[in-house]
Design a protein around this ligand. Structure first.
Ligand code: TRP
Length: 333
């Protein structure tokens, strides 16, 4: 029996994962899997809360997201990858937790508020019960595994805070069963988009995906937002106002970053060369990830096996937590 503390973290399968996911969450997820017993949820039920009209989009992305996780170094020997909808115990816990959260509390959540605004077309003016309540379901994801740590992007902090509140309330009312989780945010808590938007995202159309080909990466870097005052090569640039420089800081050797900065400011560096250098470095960075991804893409049966075995293992853990919860709630008929 392992005695390592647990991690529960994961992604919504709504599209391929991008470098924002990598630096915000995946990188630390990979590093932590040696020290923690890690469970990675593919949150298809949560994805449906804002994709309920297009369920096949969710389905089509489940394996993609699993392959992205495996490609960046999630090791199925160390980590358990599972599909949320295949663990009905999570849905059941969500129902019990829903009594412990007020509507007003859910309406104060800045992340769901922001997402609701972005999804205006889908929701019109009326938020659904399911979307407003998905953080309750996320609390069930986390607590079903008695996870102590949840490595996530910064936008997830309000959800983890809610999960902590639910745990405290549950334990106070029904008895000490649940574990209060802590959030851990990666080094680049929020990676900006190619257009300079404060968030990189699929719906914003400003992302570099882990699976983007070298040609696509070159194209995207070419289109990135740069200092509008630097028109000619010899114009002195303002790196702080340039997305190419911003990504150089993530993908380029620190001593080269210094050169980029001083040459740009001095007007001795053109944007075309600067972009080529950045694209080369991103391509180099992604090469081993894409090589690993290719292996799984060409061995889909291995991916299926990882998912099925992971889900079976995860379900046992969640079922035991649910059993304890129901016992405390006098539901152990
Ligand atoms: N909400 C997370 C996202 O949008 C995905 C997620 C679902 C999750 N359940 C979780 C993350 C539990 C951490 C823990 O990326």
């Amino acid at each position: 029996m392992t005695t390592k503390p647990r991690i529960l973290t994961g992604d919504r399968p709504t599209g391929p994962l991008h470098i924002g996911h990598y630096f915000g969450a995946l990188k630390s997820r990979v590093e932590l899997q040696d020290k923690y017993e890690t469970f990675v949820i593919i949150a298809d039920v949560q994805a449906l809360t804002d994709n309920f009209l297009t369920p096949s989009n969710v389905r089509d992305n489940v394996k993609e997201v699993v392959m992205d996780n495996l490609a960046v170094g999630i090791d199925p020997q160390k980590s358990t990858i599972f599909i949320q909808s295949m663990i009905p115990e999570i849905a059941e816990l969500t129902v019990y937790y829903s009594n412990l959260v007020s509507i007003a509390r859910l309406e104060r959540n800045p992340t769901t508020k922001e997402e609701f605004k972005q999804k205006e077309k889908l929701f019109k003016k009326n938020i659904t019960y399911g979307f407003l309540g998905y953080p309750v379901s996320q609390a069930a994801d986390i607590t079903a595994f008695k996870a102590e740590l949840v490595p996530v992007g910064e936008d997830q902090l309000p959800h983890i805070e809610l999960a902590r509140e639910i745990v405290r309330k549950f334990n106070e009312i029904y008895g000490q069963i649940l574990v209060e989780p802590k959030a851990q945010v990666g080094n680049f808590p929020r990676v900006k988009g190619l257009d300079g938007n404060s968030k990189m995202g699929k719906s914003l159309n400003n992302a570099i995906y882990l699976s983007d080909s070298p040609e696509i990466i070159r194209q995207k870097v070419k289109m990135a937002y740069t200092d509008p005052l630097k028109i000619r090569l010899t114009d002195p640039g303002h790196p702080a106002d340039c997305m190419v420089f911003y990504y150089h800081k993530m993908f380029t050797d620190p001593k080269d970053v210094k050169i980029v900065e001083s040459e740009c400011k001095a007007g001795s560096r053109g944007c075309v060369a600067c972009k080529n250098q950045l694209a080369d470095n991103i391509i180099k960075f992604l090469a081993p990830i894409q090589e690993k991804r290719h292996y799984y893409e060409t061995h889909p049966e291995i991916v299926d096996k990882i998912i099925m075995e992971g889900t079976a293992k995860a379900r046992k853990v969640a079922a035991e937590t649910l059993r304890q919860v129901k016992e405390k709630m006098f539901l152990n008929y």
